[in-house]
Design a protein around this ligand. Structure first.
Ligand SMILES: Cc1ncc(COP(=O)(O)O)c(C=O)c1O
Length: 493
């Protein structure tokens, strides 16, 4: 809480360091989601220094701070050059979600009356969020059950005059495969529908993988019919968080994303993004990362990432009870289990060994799996990662599947969660081993568990997230969502 007297900076920093001890490590490659590590500390240091240098510049008013206009032009220009349309107009945003929000808004305002967003079931929830915020409707289309790529015939059937935007991913996050961008964009163009490519995770990765020898299908603004594309620099651009670029085919469409207001007696508002006042720190950090690595740096990271992804996929295929879903084209690998190897138990066992592997719940006929985002740092530890996966799979086989309390999913599904008070919800969480007084997110950490690597694998007494994930997995998506909202609400109460 607020102290009566100001405290010295050394004390504050020590407190932050202590608080962060419970966090997952952001460097080193043992956390296979959320963080992107080049393995090159000097690059991240350059970014941090530039971030701090630009921290207090307010991007609210470009006439007051021309430095940020110059930096944004350079950063957006670099992305446009890499993504098939040098000079394409763009916007620097705070992340994938904001880029997607603005792409959906631009499409909506470009086609008055059209309110539907047609997307594959594997598309990122940011599109559902955008549709929710913008008063639009999502029309999901299935993916091929073997390749996990969006079904072109399903798109063909779904696109019509009510469609404001067709969406494809390059690649999708869950299985790391590139949707059939050329086919869907052509179908959309034939109906006058804009088409957005979500290259949030792949925009600054796929071109380098292609140059390093991977077979990457066309996916960017050079593809006829693609009208906008999002590319997060805080993912495979390796920039600090808060950095994404949204590109448009033309400036007219970009203007639909902007917002201006003179409807008050204060300063005039002209915003390119959802946020109004915002720090230029992330822009400085992104610019410095691009400059510190350069073409050669990114190509080398692309080579390492490609090699690590291949070795990981080949190694996993040799572990009994595990298989890679689809044929990942980028650096995102989904590993499914089997009746003998429960992936949620595997994730707990890996965590015990000091590694975080991200659980993904089953959805739309796609089985539950473990997600690994391979980054520049992964190659150096890929053999260790494979050993951990094999050991965790062995332990999971010995332990057997997570024990879901009899009837619990059915009970939860029948509850009116809104009618429960926080204390009763906390009790419900405790019944699956979640202590809501500890700070952790479901599926991402283990509240109250021992230090990773300290316990014997396969020790069943240790609490973990396997039961929670298994219970969530057994629930319909709408109930999962209601539970997650309650979880957050209780966590912050
Ligand atoms: C394909 C894809 N799109 C959008 C997003 C959302 O990005 P952010 O978390 O930066 O909002 C992600 C995040 O993982 C993603 O993988």
């Amino acid at each position: 809480m607020l102290p009566d007297h100001g405290r010295p900076v050394t004390e504050l920093l020590a407190e932050l360091t202590a608080l962060k001890e419970a966090d997952l490590p952001v460097r080193g490659g043992k956390v296979t989601a959320y963080v992107y590590d080049t393995g090159l500390p000097e690059v991240h240091e350059a970014a941090q220094r530039a971030y701090a240098e630009m921290l207090e510049v307010n991007m609210l008013d470009p006439t007051a701070f021309p430095s940020m206009v110059a930096l944004e032009r350079q950063v957006v220009g670099a992305v446009a050059e890499l993504l098939g349309r040098p000079g394409a107009p763009g916007i620097f945003t705070s992340g994938g979600t904001e880029s997607i929000m603005l792409a959906v808004k631009a499409a909506r305002d470009a086609r008055p009356g059209a309110t539907r967003v047609v997307l594959p079931v594997t598309a990122h929830p940011a599109f559902h969020k955008a549709a929710h915020y913008l008063g639009m409707e999502v029309v999901p289309v299935p993916v091929d059950p073997v390749t996990y790529r969006a079904s072109v015939p399903a798109f063909e059937a779904a696109l019509d005059d009510r469609t404001a935007l067709a969406v494809v991913s390059a690649p999708s996050y869950p299985q790391g495969v590139v949707d059939p961008v050329e086919e869907v964009a052509a179908l959309a163009a034939a109906r006058g529908v804009p088409c957005h490519v979500d290259a949030c995770v792949g925009g600054w990765l796929l071109p380098w993988l292609r140059e390093a020898g991977a077979a990457i299908p066309p996916f960017d603004l050079s593809v006829p019919g693609v009208t906008s594309i999002s590319c997060d620099l805080h993912k495979f651009g390796y920039a600090p968080k808060g950095a994404s670029v949204l590109l448009f085919r033309d400036a007219e469409l970009r203007r639909r994303a902007y917002f201006a207001s003179a409807a008050w007696p204060g300063y005039t508002i002209i915003n390119a993004t959802v946020q109004s006042s915002r720090s230029a720190g992330p822009l400085g950090g992104a610019w410095a990362t691009l400059q510190a690595l350069g073409r050669e740096g990114y190509l080398e990271l692309g080579r390492r990432t490609l090699e690590a992804t291949r070795r990981l996929a080949e190694g996993v295929a040799k572990i009994p009870g595990l298989r890679v879903l689809g044929e990942p084209e980028a650096a995102l690998v989904a590993i499914a289990g089997s009746p003998e190897v429960d992936v949620f138990v595997l994730a707990d066992e890996a965590r015990r060994l000091g590694w975080f592997l991200q659980p993904q719940l089953s959805y739309a006929g796609i089985p539950a799996n473990i997600h690994i985002t391979v980054t520049g740092v992964t190659l150096a530890g890929v053999d260790a990662m494979l050993e951990v996966i094999a050991e965790a799979a062995d332990a999971a086989r010995r332990r057997g599947p997570a024990d879901v309390p009899e009837g619990l999913p059915e009970l939860i599904a029948s509850l009116d969660l809104d009618a429960l008070d926080d204390a009763t919800f906390a009790e419900l969480a405790a019944s699956v081993g979640i202590d809501l007084t500890a700070t952790a997110e479901p599926g991402t950490a283990e509240p109250g568990t021992a230090e990773p690597g300290t316990a014997e694998p396969g020790t069943p007494a240790e609490p973990g997230m396997a039961v929670v994930n298994a219970v969530l997995d057994a629930l319909p998506a709408a109930t999962r969502e209601a539970i997650l909202v309650r979880f957050l609400s209780v966590l912050y109460s």
